[in-house]
Design a protein. Structure first.
Length: 319
């Protein structure tokens, strides 16, 4: 049986597809997302507590490099095979180079349930992979725009504002802040919060995925079959990208749990940080296409099919 939290995503998806009046109030969803991001950061910080001297900088740099390589590799695929315009290709590549915090939360729950070994710094992978793709694809957009002489805004000022917005986004602040607090206080200092936040992590995740199921159904109804190439791309790409994460994990000689997390993050696509950054920096991009691919197709494919398969692959390779 899949993890219990997956059943909540399936319930939300089913409710949305049959057009039920089930809704998660926006205020509750906002609260859930804040608590979920903060809890993930705290868990990672607690794992780092007392182990920061063992951090391998080259390993973290390799993860960052993966965040640059994935979107640059996907861009020509989107323009030549999927046959979409350069602006939308840049937007979608940025979404797929960045990562899904929801997928990260699910895979961390899977790793914990399976008792797989994690490196203390594994939680940092989410932060390290979220920003590089957005930054490099916005740079590519400005480079191509300048080549065509259609750039109208001051380059340095625009890039600076976009970078500031990405670095100070809610998800990054909560994750990084949670990691720092967890690292400083450790399990003993956080003991008063453990029953509510850490003990209730799966409950938070289950309710969050219920809302994600409802949102996914909205994005997919009606399914735009004229975009069939993009739909195929969104369904197939996660399995290819997962192998990129597995390969990097094996090259870095990571334990099985960390390899699975890296594979899941590589296979995921952002539906929170990237849309906000792209909408602000490239207003002409069709965010609806990116959301259709990342949230409508890739997220459910990963949660319902991909993650158990990636775990099977990792266990076979590392056995």
């Amino acid at each position: 049986m899949p993890d219990i939290v997956i059943a909540f995503f399936a319930l939300g998806l089913l409710a949305g597809l049959v057009k039920s009046d089930l809704k998660v109030p926006p205020a509750i969803y906002e609260t859930l997302s804040i608590l979920l991001m903060l809890t993930l950061g705290l868990k990672g910080g607690m794992a780092l507590h007392g182990h920061t001297q063992n951090l391998v900088i080259s390993e973290l740099l390799a993860v960052v490099a993966l965040g640059f390589i994935i979107p640059l590799a996907l861009y020509p695929v989107l323009t030549r095979l999927v046959r979409i315009g350069h602006t939308d290709a840049i937007s979608i590549a940025a979404h797929y180079g960045s990562v899904s915090a929801g997928t990260f939360a699910v895979v961390m729950a899977m790793v914990e349930k399976s008792g797989l070994i994690l490196r203390p710094e594994t939680t940092l992978y989410l932060v390290l992979l979220e920003l590089p793709a957005i930054v490099v694809m916005l740079w590519l957009h400005r480079y191509l725009s300048a080549k065509k002489a259609i750039e109208t805004s001051p380059k340095n000022e625009t890039q600076s504002s976009v970078l500031h917005e990405a670095l100070t986004s809610r998800g990054v602040v909560l994750l990084v802040g949670g990691v720092v607090i967890g690292w400083l206080y450790g399990p003993t200092g956080l003991a008063p919060l453990t029953p509510v936040l850490l003990g209730g992590f799966k409950t938070l995740l289950a309710l969050f995925l219920l809302e994600m199921g409802l949102v996914t159904a909205k994005v997919c109804l009606p399914l735009p079959l004229k975009q069939w190439r993009l739909l195929v791309f969104a369904a197939v790409t996660p399995f290819v990208l997962a192998w990129c994460g597995i390969a990097v994990g094996l090259w870095l000689d990571l334990p099985s749990g960390s390899i699975l997390v890296l594979a899941a993050l590589s296979a995921s696509a952002s539906y929170i940080a990237a849309p906000a950054a792209i909408r602000a920096a490239i207003p002409e991009a069709n965010i609806g296409l990116a959301m259709l691919a990342s949230l409508g197709i890739t997220f459910p494919v990963n949660v319902l099919i991909g993650l158990p398969l990636y775990q099977h692959w990792v266990m076979l390779i590392t056995a």
